[in-house]
Design a protein around this ligand. Structure first.
Ligand code: HEM
Length: 509
């Protein structure tokens, strides 16, 4: 039987295993390659952090990821690039339809972005530096070393700040994360996880391993007979004659999301008649958790204590959203549904009939008619906030200090389309999510009317004891300022890239 320690953590960049929460100071750099040879020399020596646990934990970390333009610039062969997913190859701004599906229209449109669109530059490389308080400058100097300025051109230094575990609107963040099944102890048989589970097959986050379908996500495999540089790459688990360029790598999705913190709290204050308690309750119902992270349904579900940030819950006992609105950000982003709606379980005749009815989709209540099981759409979130802290109490004051505030949203996934883009489109942007009308995500909606003229600026909060509380004309609280898809390779793939010849003829043909 496999153990977690058998996993190839020494080939994995640490961000796949750690959030680096204790490394409070960060520097996120978007780079272009200025000199390919020098960039490869730098990459070869870069002190990239691996996913190995040490005691004490390190004071610093470095992670590296590449856009498709970056891989090309470094000479990775087109035949390898072709086997990456289309979303990665053609990018986040690949066409208007994609922008519409991701909600990148109106003020979110790529033409207004500060980076990452055709108008603003798409970076080749993303460098993520982490350090303990006060250690960042020294770490940056060490990382950059002597050749850095020759190798790269700094396109943008993305702002980040140490906000503790609190995101700029004032809510505790980074609570709910999927647990990766490093030891592969969980079955990936279809319907083995009928009900919601937080444990996910490694292949949902790490390329080169079996995913929740029991399959390998499409990825570049190389015939070592045709590519001598590939010898040092890991073997493909499903075909030992091939080398797996992607194994132990992942896709990294980055979106710079500006948050209008004073706009958020001042709007809520206005519609709550400036009663602080009402304002805070409304804000919590939009998030789905209180500011301290307590899930809204905690009191109503046996076994979920208010103190326990309790990720051990589902929304099954709150189908109408009386306690946590269906539209709340966390409920949309992870509806916590199983493969099948609830029904009789076990192996009895009743259970089998109930199961058949549910598989065939008969007899479902509308609130159970979600698109699919949550476990195929999970994200490993690794973002950081930026800007000076503004408390809700200060944010409601008319003279609240203006400043750029927001989230460098980062998530790691093995399938950009099925995971990030699905969640963003079908669950967050969709104003008809789970039978709702005119209600996209209250925090993230762009409020642009639909093509048929329907508005998207509503938020409804059902209450157990009274009528639905309707909030209309929600302004846009969050604006996209940039974004991109990156590939964060395993350490051996990084070595492969840095060893390629600079003339672009490297890699299999
Ligand atoms: C400015 C933008 C955003 C803010 C302020 C925000 C805020 C939050 C907060 C406060 C939580 C609850 C704490 C937690 O469970 O960690 C949360 C959870 C979550 N958010 Fe966001 N978020 C933002 C953007 C996004 C985006 C763009 C996505 C995905 C496309 C996303 C996906 C999630 C997911 C998957 C969860 C966990 C839900 C669960 O498992 O219960 N968030 N977010």
């Amino acid at each position: 039987m496999k153990k977690s320690s058998d996993f190839e953590f020494d080939d994995l960049q640490g961000l796949l295993r750690f959030g680096y929460g204790k490394l409070t100071d960060t520097c996120f750099m978007l780079l272009n390659i200025a000199n390919v040879d020098v960039a490869k020399r730098w990459l070869d020596k870069a002190p990239v952090s691996r996913a190995i646990k040490t005691n004490p934990s390190p004071d610093t970390a470095l992670q590296i990821a590449f856009s498709v333009q970056g891989l090309r610039a470094l000479g990775v062969n087109e035949s390898i690039i072709d086997d990456f997913s289309d979303e990665f190859i053609y990018g986040m701004t690949r066409n208007e339809n994609c922008s519409r599906r991701l909600g990148d229209i109106g003020r979110n449109a790529p033409r207004y972005w500060k980076w990452g669109s055709d108008v603003a530059e798409v970076p080749h490389v993303l460098l993520l530096l982490y350090a303990k308080k006060g250690c960042l400058e020294a770490w940056r100097a060490t990382v950059e070393g002597e050749y850095f300025s020759q190798a790269f051109q700094l396109l943008k230094h993305l702002p980040t700040s140490d906000m503790g575990q609190i995101e700029p609107f004032g809510f505790e963040d980074g609570i709910s994360q999927p647990e990766i099944d490093w030891a592969d102890r969980h079955s990936t048989d279809s319907h083995a996880n009928d009900r919601y589970t937080n444990l996910l097959a490694a292949g949902e986050m790490v390329l080169g391993y079996r995913n929740e379908y029991g399959q390998y996500t499409a990825r570049p495999l190389i015939d070592p007979k045709k590519d001598r540089y590939a010898m040092g790459l890991p073997n493909a688990e499903d075909d030992l004659t091939l080398k797996d360029f992607s194994r132990n790598g992942t896709y990294l999705v980055l979106r710079q999301l500006d948050q209008n913190v004073s706009g958020f709290w001042q709007f809520l204050d206005k519609v709550s008649d400036s009663v602080p308690e009402k304002r805070e309750q409304l804000a919590a119902s939009m998030v789905g958790r209180e500011q301290n992270g307590t899930p809204l349904i905690a009191e109503h579900i046996p076994g979920v204590s208010r103190k326990d940030h309790g990720n051990h819950f589902t929304y099954d006992l709150d189908p109408k959203g009386n306690h946590c609105p269906v539209s709340a950000h966390v409920r949309r982003a992870n509806p916590r549904t199983g493969d099948l709606p609830p029904g009789a379980t076990g192996f009895s005749v009743t259970a089998s009939i109930s199961r058949l009815i549910r598989i065939l989709g008969f007899g479902q209540k509308p609130e159970e008619d979600l698109v699919a099981s949550s476990r195929f759409h999970r994200l490993l979130r690794r973002g950081r906030g930026y800007g000076p802290v503004l408390t809700p109490e200060d944010a409601v004051k008319p003279d609240a200090p203006a400043a750029e505030r927001g989230l460098q949203f980062i998530c790691l996934v093995a399938n950009i389309g099925r995971q990030f883009e699905f969640v963003q489109n079908a669950w967050i942007v969709n104003s008809k999510f789970d039978g709702l009308q005119e209600e996209p995500d209250p925090l993230l909606g762009n409020r642009e009317p639909l093509m048929n003229g329907d508005s998207t600026d509503h938020f409804n909060r059902p209450t157990p004891s009274g009528p639905v509380q309707k909030t209309c004309h929600l302004p846009q609280f969050t604006t996209v300022l940039g974004g991109g898809y990156f590939f964060m390779p395993g350490l051996r793939a990084l070595k492969y890239i840095s060893a390629l010849p600079a003339n672009g003829n490297g890699g299999s043909s």
